[in-house]
Design a protein around this ligand. Structure first.
Ligand code: GLN
Length: 557
């Protein structure tokens, strides 16, 4: 049986519970423990897949095709925990399952209520996390979204309170993360909101064992620690200061310095080796000493929300580690290229151009112009998902002369649907969970850039899309537009195009899959790595095609 750490938040949302949970997971793994990770989200959507990234930030996708909260991206980048459908559960999913059970008659004769039926269901989802391949997990870290005091998180709070009652106090640790404002006029960090937040938590029967105080740029002083410890009944060594730390990946080292891992293990009665964080310290040291710099213009539509492209931004950080350079990513809303200045003017100083994933019609023409610019100006170009679809549309329009080529997502009546639904998908009307989701095998063509980047012929990458490359146009694009299909997946009788590149271009790669979901600081993702390398070469003014220059060098000598 695993032991449980429950992470709650107080005072305000966005205090960094996700990064704290991920950091704790990392510290425990470094000590040789097996960790399972989970996020409970108190909203009514069954999963975040149907939410606009403007509302919620990125939707993170797991191997088994779960559309999840972006905090799972932190878990993946910091830990080795296996993430799946079991790792993210919302109020909507819980209610859905309780209501289905009620209809099947599983509660026959009973009045179905929040307590005990909803809370029981939450507890069974929590227990379910450590079944199957994770049944040998030592510690399950369960993060509860929202803030203590919210009406909607109450059933989750009640469920985790009962959990301790069910399994015993010795096997549970409650970590509460709060915000401590700095009041300029008084020159002080104020702990009163934290005290109130702990009081709210105690009201529902939860006494926290560890408090993590987000302080902004300040560091929590000894007096403040004493005060919080005394008023909140938490031992002084379990009061952790979480000041702003950059880079993000250095955050676990700050927690390590304050013995967060030892404190939690002590509470849970686990003895574990001291372990070795050297591998992570190396990553942080490399990040802090990057030598070069490269600038990427990323073009998308959800640019108003900082976390809408979280995994892409992080994948660039990882690719920077691999290439020993700082990667500056500036996001542009493609709509601005539809009437305003062209990408040719705005993006010319960048070393590489990315078109990110997206849904719907807004900003499409601006993205097409962006691809045209990158292709003609021979700038390193990377496309992800919609980014690949746009690249195909652009090639068809400009090089095959199909002026109205498009995707049926954008225009159902397009005369040349170079991107369309597979015949089997046409009757599907539900939106939730009906896309091609999760990990698919992709076979790479030897000698292509993609093959060179991965160094292997068989790869597995994650997907999240509904529309596909239309093979009816493949031959024409290959013959007349310089298209190379560098990777495919066989789905029944369909050979699905998964990654493409261009023949006469220094570096132009676009994938139907989302390479960003698998990137970690320890294993930077190959396509991002190769793109940043090409952008570096472009920025240095050299040839950005190492293979071409090698061939040339060979011919010369
Ligand atoms: N909207 C496109 C599709 O559903 C692309 C999705 C994406 O970029 N993730 O196929």
């Amino acid at each position: 049986m695993p032991k449980y750490v429950f992470v709650t938040g107080g005072v305000v949302s966005s205090v960094g519970k996700g990064v704290l949970s991920a950091s704790l997971g990392l510290l425990l793994e470094a000590r040789g423990l097996k960790v399972a990770m989970m996020k409970l989200d108190p909203y009514l959507n069954v999963d975040p897949g149907t939410m606009n990234p403007y509302e919620h930030g990125e939707v993170f996708v797991t191997d088994d095709g779960a559309e999840t909260d972006l905090d799972l991206g932190h878990y993946q980048r910091f830990t080795r925990a296996k993430l799946s459908q079991k790792s993210n559960v919302t109020t909507g999913r819980i209610y859905n399952s309780v209501i289905q059970k009620e209809r099947r008659g599983e509660y026959l004769g009973k009045t179905v209520q929040v307590v005990p039926h909803i809370t029981d269901e939450i507890k069974s989802y929590i227990r379910n996390l450590t079944t199957g391949s994770d049944s040998d997990a030592d510690v399950a870290i369960v993060e509860i979204g929202g803030t203590v005091g919210d009406i909607e998180s109450l059933p989750f709070m009640e469920a985790i309170r009962q959990f301790k009652f069910d399994i015993g106090a010795a096997d549970c640790c409650y970590v509460h993360v709060t915000w401590v404002p700095y009041i300029e006029a008084a020159g002080e960090l104020k702990t009163k909101p934290t005290q109130h937040s702990v009081r709210a938590l105690r009201d529902i029967g939860i006494q926290p064992n560890v408090l993590v105080l987000r302080t902004g740029p300040q560091i929590l002083g000894s007096d403040e620690r004493d005060k919080v410890a005394m008023f909140c009944d938490v031992s002084k060594e379990a009061i952790i200061s979480a000041e702003d730390i950059s880079p993000l990946y250095a955050i676990p080292l700050n927690f390590k310095q304050q013995n967060l891992d030892a404190t939690v293990l002590n509470i849970l009665g686990i003895t574990a080796a001291h372990g070795n964080l050297g591998y992570w310290e190396d990553i942080v040291a490399r990040l802090e000493n990057l030598e070069g710099q490269v600038r990427i213009a990323a073009v998308g539509k959800y640019t108003g929300h900082e976390d809408a492209y979280k995994s892409i931004n992080e994948a660039f950080v990882h690719a920077g580690i691999a290439n020993n350079c700082k990667v500056i990513v500036d996001w542009f809303d493609s709509e601005q290229f539809e009437e305003g200045p062209l990408p040719d003017e705005v993006l010319s100083s960048y070393d590489g151009i990315l078109i990110g994933p997206g849904f719907g019609t807004r900003g499409i023409e601006g993205k097409i112009k962006t691809v045209r610019y990158a292709r003609k100006a021979k700038k390193p170009f990377m496309g992800i998902c919609l980014g690949m679809q746009i690249a195909v549309i652009e090639l068809a329009r400009d090089l095959l002369g199909l002026e109205h080529a498009g995707s049926t997502e954008i225009d159902p009546d397009t005369p040349d649907a170079v991107i369309s639904l597979l015949s089997e998908q046409r009757g599907v009307t539900d939106k939730g969970g009906t896309m091609r989701l999760g990990e698919y095998r992709c076979d790479l063509k030897p000698g292509t850039r993609a093959h060179e980047a991965y160094g292997t012929e068989v790869i597995h990458e994650r997907h999240r899309h509904r529309y596909e490359f239309n093979n009816a146009y493949r031959e024409a694009l290959e013959e007349k537009a310089g298209l190379i299909v560098s990777g495919t997946h066989m789905l029944g009788e369909h050979e699905l195009v998964e990654i493409i590149e261009l023949r006469d271009h220094p570096w132009f790669c676009a994938s139907q899959f989302h390479p960003e979901f698998k990137s970690t600081p320890l294993e930077p993702q190959p396509v991002f790595r190769a793109f940043v390398k090409a952008a570096l070469a472009h920025g240095a003014g050299g040839s950005n095609d190492s293979r071409e220059s090698e061939t040339r060098a060979a011919q010369v000598s």
